[in-house]
Every structure is written in C-alpha cells, then in structure tokens.
Design a protein around this ligand. Structure first.
Ligand SMILES: [Zn+2]
Length: 115
C-alpha cells in the first residue's frame, strides 16, 4: 500500500475515532441530564438504573471499537496496514473502505466464521 492510500485510511480511521468520541461525550451528557432531572418515584429509579446499565454497555463496545481503531492506526504507522493477519495476503481495498479496522482478508475471515 502506498503512502497516499495509507494517508487515506489514516484520515478515515481518525474520522471514525472522532465520531465515537463525540458519541461517548453525547451519551454521557444525556446520562447526566437524565439523572439530575429525574428525582421521581421508585419506577423512575428502576428505569434509571437500567438506563445506566445500557450506557455502560455502550461504553464498553465503544472502547473496543476505539482500541481496534488505535491498532489499525498503529498498523498504518508500521506500514503493515491492509495485510491479512492470517495469510499475510492483501486485504481488498473495498473491504478496508467498508471496515478499515479489518485484520483479515475475506477468505480468512469466512474460514474463521465457519469454524
Ligand atoms: Zn488472509
């Protein structure tokens, strides 16, 4: 992969990262509003703690996505971005554009999925 392509994917990953960080921030702010505004009865408290659980789950998922993005950015630095982790073959450009954090080519990915 040439420098131009690497830069393209780097920007793509950075934009994705920005998007996630922004949504985490929004979610947190919503959560705060929710807790401060709702000082209601037991029903509200119950739904409130459920809401909080959901927020925690989201954060975990987003943290995972962020670490995948960071790993992909590291591969760009190492110039190994776009190489399949299993067969060292090239991951197709289309696949990377759809999933820039992909570490496997479509062949290896489908092999793993069917296992
Ligand atoms: Zn492969």
């Amino acid at each position: 992969m040439n420098q131009k392509e690497l830069t393209f994917f780097k920007n793509l990953l950075l934009a994705k990262k920005e998007e996630i960080l922004k949504s985490i921030k929004d979610t947190k702010e919503e959560g705060r509003d929710y807790t401060t505004n709702e000082v209601g009865d037991s029903v509200d408290i119950a739904s409130n703690s459920y809401e909080r659980e959901v927020l925690f789950e989201l954060t975990d998922n987003e943290r995972k996505q962020l670490s995948e993005i960071d790993a992909a950015l590291q591969r760009i630095e190492d110039k190994t971005f776009g190489e399949c982790a299993d067969c060292s073959g090239k991951i197709s450009q289309e696949r990377l554009e759809a999933i820039p954090t992909a570490t496997l080519c479509i062949t290896c990915k489908s092999k793993r999925d069917t296992k």
